[in-house]
Design a protein around this ligand. Structure first.
Ligand SMILES: Nc1ncnc2c1ncn2[C@@H]1O[C@H](COP(=O)(O)OP(=O)(O)O)[C@@H](O)[C@H]1O
Ligand SMILES: [Mg+2]
Length: 430
């Protein structure tokens, strides 16, 4: 007979004697070590198990990453959580409809528009939004950071200081509720008075803003017009509990990163208002706190995030919103293929690599489906374990994943109910 403490056993027999998460919701499936497995970033954060609510899902194509995310959202909605999804492949429509919402499908020359320069009420600094007031404080900063990321994603280089200034002046010249079209038109055709207000006598705004204006012009007058070039369509505007932005029409466009930035900015703006109301109640309360507060909690999903993470501008933009997750009562979920999407997004030590590593460092929950053997080394680095400890990963069957939750590891078989199968099925066309 061998005797040991439970702490020692947990180390010696990782999945057989694991420390329970003790989370009452939401059920994901079966813990292969026995018993059910449930996970909720808000409850676990409230209980002090997690210090950040973000989730990264990794796995080869067809292993069940999107199916997990869809059913997870479906189950979270039952607890009153709000759901926002950036859906590059257009596969979240059935989920949205099952939750009573129509997905927002964007396409060039389409009829539905969203304005990426919309702001959450909370960021406007004024009760009830901005109206016609000039842009101040947080709202201005959010819009400038969006425009900077868009400029960089479309020009494929960092905007020069004069270009940043031109963007800033164009934005300020557009008043309290600008649209992307107005900013671009102002960039390409500045008013002589715009530059004078900065006090910089020698500024040649028209020349300085020309390159960035011409690149951004594609989104509003060129081949990508019809999605982000105007005010938000009436049927989309207003508070909603379920928002899915479908970008499948432009999934193969080389401008996808810029388009995803626009859609992400807008989704965060419209979910941000409600989320900050939820966060105001204190972030470390017990999980039993009122349902009203929970109702404002939002899960924000970027599926196929790997497609945009190699773009520094997009990575930086996403990273900054992940950092704000706790303050805004948001849990971010990013879906990628491989750890090396993240760890080799750029040369070692480059900004790309640091951004991607940071994204992982900022997600304390990592869900890992089957990976090729060549991925084990970068993955071990991400998960903080040895290659030997995860040697079984290439052989995991569909639906089974390794969950790393704040340093603890679980092998979980994701179970689907009959009601969920039609929502998650992406095999039909095969
Ligand atoms: N836990 C599961 N049990 C049964 N079938 C599943 C499970 N997870 C995924 N599937 C099926 O596998 C297919 C591919 O899953 P999907 O989540 O779309 O893959 P990906 O990892 O590429 O996002 C889907 O049609 C889905 O119905
Ligand atoms: Mg998928």
């Amino acid at each position: 007979v061998h005797e040991a403490t439970t702490a020692q056993l947990g180390v010696a027999y990782p999945f057989m004697a694991s420390d329970r998460l003790g989370c009452g919701q939401v059920l994901v499936g079966g813990d292969l070590a026995g018993g059910p497995f449930a996970h909720d970033p808000f409850v676990l954060y409230g209980d002090g198990v997690l210090t950040n609510p973000n989730i990264t899902v990794l796995g080869q194509i067809g292993r069940g990453k999107s199916a997990l995310v869809k059913s997870y959202l479906y189950r979270q909605a039952a607890f009153g959580r709000r759901v926002a999804v950036l859906d590059p492949k257009g596969e979240y429509g059935p989920l949205a409809r099952a939750l009573g919402a129509e997905p927002v499908k964007l396409s060039p020359r389409g009829a539905t528009r969203i304005n990426p320069l919309d702001l959450p009420d909370a960021a406007s600094g004024l009760p009830g939004g901005l109206g016609g007031a000039p842009l101040l404080g947080e709202g201005r900063r959010m819009r400038l950071s969006l425009l900077g990321a868009l400029a960089e994603a479309t020009m494929r280089r960092r905007p020069a200081p004069v270009e940043r200034l031109a963007l800033e002046i164009a934005l300020d010249a557009c008043g309290g509720s600008p649209t992307l079209v107005e900013v671009v038109d102002r960039l390409l055709d500045p008013d002589p008075g715009d530059a004078r207000r900065t006090g910089l006598a020698a500024t040649n705004l028209e020349a300085d803003g020309r390159d960035v204006g011409l690149e951004l012009r594609r989104l509003v007058h060129g081949d990508l017009a019809g999605m982000f070039d105007g005010t938000t369509s009436d049927w989309v505007a207003g508070e909603r509990d379920v928002l899915v932005v479908d970008l499948s029409e432009v999934y193969h466009s080389e401008a996808l990163p810029a388009l995803m930035v626009c859609a992400a900015a807008w989704l965060q703006a419209v979910t941000g208002a409600a989320a900050s109301a939820g966060a105001a109640g204190g972030t470390r309360e017990a999980s039993s706190a009122g349902a009203a507060r929970d109702a404002a909690r939002t899960l924000f999903v970027v599926d196929e995030a790997w497609a945009v993470l190699s773009e520094v501008a997009v990575g930086r933009y996403l990273r900054s919103s992940w950092k704000l997750a706790r303050a805004r009562g948001l849990a971010n979920i990013a879906v990628c293929h491989r750890a090396s999407d993240l760890t080799s997004a750029g040369a070692a030590g480059s900004e790309e690599a640091r951004l991607a590593e940071g994204l992982l460092a900022d997600s304390e929950t990592v869900v890992c489906y089957a990976q090729p053997a060549s991925e084990l080394r970068p993955l071990a680095g991400v998960l903080g374990c040895s290659v030997e400890e995860i040697a079984y990963l290439p052989t995991l069957r569909r639906g089974v994943a390794l969950w790393r939750v704040a340093g603890r590891r679980y092998l979980v078989d994701h179970l689907l109910s009959s009601a969920e199968r039609p929502i998650v099925d992406t095999d039909q066309r095969m």
